[in-house]
Design a protein around this ligand. Sequence first.
Ligand code: GLN
Length: 212
Amino acid sequence: MKIGVLAVQGAFAEHVEVLRRIGVDAVEVRLPEQVPDLDGLILPGGESTTMRRLVDRWGLRQPILDLASRGAPVFGTCAGMIILARDIADGDEPVLPLLDVTVERNAFGRQLDSFETELAVPLLGDQPVHGVFIRAPVIERVGPEVDVMARLDDGRVVAVRERNVIATSFHPELAGETRFHRLVATMAAEHADPGEGVGRRPYPTRRSRQAG
Ligand code: GLN
């Protein structure tokens, strides 16, 4: 089982480090040929405008979309979340529109460029997550198939999951937090080896869980 970290720009080294620390085979991804071999992919923080240019220049857009459509987990932090959003509030074209959300870039303005706060993330257990926000986006709209994983005290959404796609406004990899990466690794292992007779099933959606 192998997880890639998009390494065209931004804070990719920290993600590779967290993956290796939890025992995952992690690779820096720069070439389209690397993508089909992956069982999961992380899109790091950085500058989404630069990242979007490089994703296209290096021919990575279609291979990543194909990987996600096969059910491999994709996890975006901060700029990575912007890259995954179907809608971007400032009118930027979406890049890899895998998450049915609208994001607002740099949502905390100049006064509050960066901050840290404790966040409840029930899916990851009782222990709160220490959220490091750096010129971070927030999620303004959440589509019907999207699960909210975490909110700020004021109710703004800062972590979501839609089937095999996860995104956070903040940087767990800068806070010694490994649970998001462990979740992605679990999903990637399941994708790599779906087990007898089960097949590469899609992750349950909010609707299908309620129906079931
Ligand atoms: N502000 C950056 C952007 O809009 C994201 C910042 C980050 O990834 N830490 O792309």
